[in-house]
Design a protein. Structure first.
Length: 323
């Protein structure tokens, strides 16, 4: 036993660093698992399948993609929470990752304690669009109309606790208006509803609405990013419309089990960053209306915490639980 406890801690620390460095040099020496808690052919699944080939090549190992759906992504997320902390099991997650802690009465994992961020991958703005019959051509006119008729205007979303709902509630709060929410079981039925005039507004994925805005069947009022969407360059942002700094995005990223050696996390993050810059990857994501938005692990951990703090306020205000 060491008589000097500080010398003991120092030597122990050096040993841990050496083991960590060795893990990073050996990583990966077997196949990786990409856990996608969404159905095949969905957007998150597409991200994993586009990134898998270049990552498999750069990492020198095969990658197995597993779609583990259910419970608003909780089932797939729990698989990663219970996996070894070695970087071989990677969760492809979306905005719901930072919503579930406040939408579920109890989760089988702790979102902050059980995971560590690898990188954000991409993001896409949402859009406020309206049926042409609505007498509001921009966000200021919409706010004025909503104040004149509180609670009478309806707004459809793809999910009761999805990105569209969060963005809409955030705007309702800053604009101090009252709208009646109508959740649907996906982007397609929400779009069909507004095209038929069954709802006054929709807050949804830009790609769900872009062709209809371009054709004139819907009116694009604003997008929720700080920059205009490439597919709808004539539609202003909410920040441009009179609410500076407003931003609420759909985003997608990767996390691994907490305790994964830092060099392993950084290696994985760096390889993903390189893959995101490949022309074929950028082109595939651009066609989906997605913007590359990778971050360092430290930046992404901070981003997740900020998103959770914001979403907690929204869901507490709504007193919204899915179980």
């Amino acid at each position: 036993m060491f008589k000097n406890k500080y010398l003991y801690y120092f030597i122990t620390g050096l040993a841990m660093l050496a083991n960590s460095a060795a893990s990073a040099q050996e990583y990966p020496n077997r196949a990786l698992r990409f856990i996608v808690p969404f159905p095949p052919a969905g957007l998150t699944d597409t991200l994993a399948r586009v990134l898998a080939p270049p990552l498999s090549k750069s990492l020198g190992q095969s990658i197995v993609i597993e779609n583990r759906t259910g419970a608003n992504t909780v089932i797939g997320t729990e698989i990663v929470a219970r996996a070894p902390a070695d970087g071989y099991t990677v969760l492809f997650m979306a905005t719901s990752f930072t919503v579930n802690p406040f939408a579920h009465s109890k989760l089988p994992y702790d979102t902050l304690k059980d995971f560590t961020g690898v990188t954000r991958l991409v993001y896409n703005p949402l859009i406020f669009c309206s049926h042409p019959s609505l007498p509001a051509r921009n966000m200021k006119e919409l706010v004025a109309l909503a104040r004149k008729h509180p609670g009478e205007l309806t707004w459809g979303v793809a999910s009761i606790i999805g990105g569209g709902r969060i963005a809409g509630e955030l705007f309702i709060d800053v604009a101090k208006i009252n709208l009646t929410n109508v959740p649907y079981g996906g982007g397609a039925p929400a779009t069909i509803a507004i095209l038929g005039g069954h709802t006054s507004l929709m807050v949804g994925n830009v790609l769900d609405c872009s062709q209809h805005v371009t054709s004139g069947r819907l009116r694009g009022l604003s997008v929720t990013s700080l920059k205009r969407a490439e597919v709808l360059p004539d539609v202003p942002t909410i920040a441009e419309s009179g609410w500076p700094g407003f931003e609420s995005l759909n985003w997608f990223g990767t996390v691994v089990r907490a305790g994964t050696p830092r060099p392993v996390v950084e290696r994985l993050s760096n390889e993903i960053a390189k893959a995101l810059q490949l022309p074929e990857v950028k082109d595939a994501f651009s066609k989906q209306g997605l913007t590359i938005g990778n971050m360092t692990p430290e930046q992404y951990d901070a981003y997740i915490r900020n998103e959770m703090a914001r979403n907690e306020k929204v869901l507490q205000k709504l007193n919204l639980k899915v179980n």
